[in-house]
Structures are given as structure tokens and as C-alpha cells.
Design a protein. Structure first.
Lengths: 163, 96
């Protein structure tokens, strides 16, 4: 049975356009979401308590600090929620989570912490020559750019450089 | 319930499983008869919580792998499964 005071993320899609990050999140019930994002690494603090004389770990504290709130683009309570921010630098990572209100009332439900890193789409690895004498791959090149092939003898690799 | 001086060894405790229940109450070792489950019709709010719990556990198997991976990452270094954290986040929220 679906609770009317709790929500959960049931689908997630993200992409980058010119370094700007866009995420589409779907929830099981209509809510109004806020994304909290941070560039700081999330640390884990373990907690324990004594149950029947035996010390056991409880659910840890996740140290989610120095975050920025970002409201969803859609007005009101919705099933699909869109957020966008940026630009991201290649190699940059962000952690984010979601909180939500239902009819303006805060909900106790929380999402998990999503960790996403932005990889430069121009940098790729085809793999290692093994049993096959060729490798397949594709790379997006900007109009007017060229490709340079160099043999790296030390690593026995072919370096493909786009410029 | 009876107070005892010390808890017996774990193998002895295990041997009395479903007959005697050994536990510690405020530092005092105790033993009691094994608790009996007497089913009854749950209260309305209790039933709502049970239904929500069943719903979210069933949902765990259908969420996309990317979301599941995030919870698996959160569970590393803890005594909990990724599903436990997912359920907890839905039922009560997480400790942030």
C-alpha cells in the first residue's frame, strides 16, 4: 500500500549538456522536491548501542555538509522532478540527496545519497589488445578537430589524441 | 522471569532457543520463558505501517540498478544491507 506521507525515488536519469548537469527524478507519489548538493565528500560516523547486553552498530550518521539547496523546476507537487546546475568541470564529483514536502507539509522520508562524477566525453579508453588484433570504439569530435595517433613504446600503447 | 548471576555460554543459550530467553535488563542478567506470539488484528496505524513496510521492501527489487548502487555504496562499512538503508529512508528518514 502506498503511504500518503512517505515517498521514494523510483526512477532516475541524468545527463550533461555543455557541462550543465540535468537530473530527472521520478517518485512514487506527487511531492515537491528539493535537491541538496555538495562537492564535499560524505563521511560516515558509526554509532552503536547496547541491546540486551550486546553492543551493536546502529544506522550510521552520514555527514552531509556544506550543501546547497536547489528547488525543482516544476511548480507544485509532481511525480517527475527536474533539477539542473553547473557547469561541472571534467573529473568533478558531487554528492546529492533529496528532501520533499507533500501538500506543503514536510515528509520524514529521505532519499539516499547519489554520487555522480563528470567525465570528459572526449576522453575514452578503447581497451587492451588481447586476443583480437583490433579494438572498436567511438568518440565525439567537434567540427574541425583532428585526431593524432602516437605509439607509446614504454607502455606498448597507441595514444589517440583529439585536437 | 528470574534473575541469574551470570549469563550462560552462548551454546547453552542457543540450546534453549524457543524454550528459554536469556537477556540483560539494566545490567542484570535474566531469564524468562520464550515469548509467545499471539496474533491479533492490528490497529489502524499499525496496519498502515505494516503495509508501507511491505510495499517498500517489494519496491526494492524493481528500482533501477543505478539507484540500488547508491544504497550499496552507503552500506559499505556498516552492519546494514543496502535494502535496510533504503527501507529506513522511506519509513523514518536517514541520519544526516
Amino acid at each position: 500500500m502506498v503511504s500518503i506521507t512517505r515517498w521514494v525515488v523510483v526512477d532516475y536519469q541524468h545527463n550533461w549538456l555543455n557541462g550543465y548537469f540535468t537530473v530527472h527524478v521520478t517518485t512514487d507519489i506527487p511531492v515537491h522536491m528539493t535537491m541538496l548538493y555538495t562537492g564535499k565528500a560524505v563521511r560516515l560516523h558509526l554509532r552503536q548501542k547496547v541491546i540486551r547486553g550486546v553492543s551493536k552498530l546502529t544506522l550510521p550518521d552520514y555527514c552531509f555538509i556544506e550543501y546547497q539547496p536547489l528547488d525543482q523546476l516544476e511548480p507544485g507537487d509532481t511525480l517527475i522532478h527536474t533539477f539542473t546546475f553547473g557547469p561541472w568541470e571534467p573529473g568533478q564529483c558531487y554528492s546529492f540527496r533529496f528532501i520533499a514536502t507533500i501538500d506543503g507539509q514536510p515528509s520524514s522520508s529521505d532519499s539516499g545519497i547519489f554520487l555522480v562524477c563528470y567525465h570528459d566525453p572526449g576522453v575514452f579508453e578503447l581497451g587492451i589488445f588481447d586476443t583480437l588484433p583490433y579494438l572498436h570504439g567511438a568518440v565525439n569530435l567537434k567540427a574541425g578537430s583532428g585526431v593524432e595517433l602516437n605509439y607509446d613504446e614504454a607502455n606498448q600503447a597507441i595514444m589517440i589524441t583529439a585536437h | 522471569m528470574a534473575r541469574i548471576d551470570t549469563l550462560p555460554e552462548q551454546t547453552i543459550i542457543d540450546g534453549y532457543k524457543s524454550k528459554l530467553d536469556f537477556y540483560v535488563h539494566k545490567g542484570q542478567p535474566c531469564v524468562r520463558s520464550w515469548p509467545r506470539y499471539t496474533p491479533r488484528v492490528p490497529h489502524q496505524l499499525e496496519k498502515a505501517n505494516q503495509d508501507a513496510f511491505a510495499y517498500i521492501n517489494k519496491l526494492w527489487t524493481t528500482i533501477p540498478p543505478f539507484i540500488r548502487q547508491q544504497y550499496q555504496r552507503m552500506a559499505i562499512g556498516t552492519d546494514f544491507r543496502a535494502q535496510d538503508i533504503f527501507v529506513r529512508g522511506y519509513m523514518h528518514g536517514l541520519n544526516y
